[in-house]
Design a protein around this ligand. Structure first.
Ligand SMILES: [Zn+2]
Ligand SMILES: [Zn+2]
Length: 272
């Protein structure tokens, strides 16, 4: 069975020290069949380390070496692009020049601050902050300047990982109308969503919450991927089988793989 991890950061991201080879070995050890490196590019991010273009040439060279050395696992070249409205044009220009297998669109920053930093709470209650986060996600998926340049929307509900509240869970029932709007815009544009397992240990559930994955399916969503968001080798492939189970329970029979940014649907089944 196919077991993909489509969200991994290596030392080509500013916040990871993991060598790409270490990630590949960790993935193989867990039976992962496809690994896609998705390095950070958050142009305009308030933290300087994120505000830069990754070394895509270095990535390319490393990945082609690893593909030869480990032919039994598919290794993809991807990027995780942070949505910041002011730099969208520059971001789109950079992306258009590269050859990726897969591009993730992420909302990390809301009104200039990354949801992961404590200052981003700004004294807001959960409903206010989560609503503003979702409005920013809506802005990102409807920003036509970027539409052609990405494949899937990453970790919807990322703000839950900021752990700003006693209960950080982010289910569909909090904002049904806003979630429907976002999911419909994603589907309409032929994009997919990612099920990100890093929320399990930090936030309480996969991102997006399973109730949102079910709703995405009900609304006609079919493209769906899985990623661990690993920055360390011990997290590569983490909870990927659990994510497959969540997806199957939400009514999906297939998962999406991307090679050269072309989606391919493959059957999945839940392992008992
Ligand atoms: Zn992210
Ligand atoms: Zn990430």
């Amino acid at each position: 069975m196919v077991l993909p991890d489509y969200h991994v950061h290596s030392l080509f991201s500013p916040d990871s020290k993991m060598s790409p080879e270490e990630a590949v070995r960790a993935a193989i050890a867990l039976g992962v069949t496809e690994l896609c490196f998705t390095e950070h590019m958050d142009l305009g991010h308030h933290m300087e380390m994120y505000d830069k273009i990754p070394n895509f040439d270095g990535m390319e060279k490393t990945i082609s070496m690893l593909r030869k050395k480990y032919p039994d696992i598919h290794i993809g070249k991807g990027v995780e692009v942070g949505y910041i409205s002011d730099t969208v044009e520059q971001t789109a220009e950079v992306l258009a020049k590269q050859n990726f297998d897969y591009v993730l669109l992420s909302t990390h920053c809301v009104d200039g601050l990354d949801c992961g930093v404590p200052e981003s709470k700004r004294g807001q209650d959960k409903i206010t902050a989560y609503k503003r986060y979702l409005e920013t996600v809506y802005m990102s998926v409807t920003d036509e300047r970027l539409t052609a340049q990405y494949d899937c929307v990453s970790h919807i509900g990322y703000i839950a990982k900021g752990l700003h509240y006693e209960d950080n869970t982010f289910p569909y029932e909090l904002f049904p109308e806003l979630f429907d709007k976002i999911l419909c815009e994603i589907i309409k544009r032929g994009k997919g969503i990612e099920v990100n397992t890093s929320g399990i240990d930090r936030g309480g559930h996969v991102l997006p919450h399973p109730s949102i994955i079910r709703r995405y399916r009900e609304l006609g969503g079919r493209m769906i991927t899985i990623g661990s968001d690993a920055h360390k080798s011990q997290n590569v492939g983490a909870y990927i089988k659990d994510a497959v189970a969540v997806i199957v329970e939400a009514g999906f029979e297939e998962i999406t793989l991307f090679h050269n940014r072309v989606p391919r649907m493959v059957r999945i089944t839940k392992e008992d």
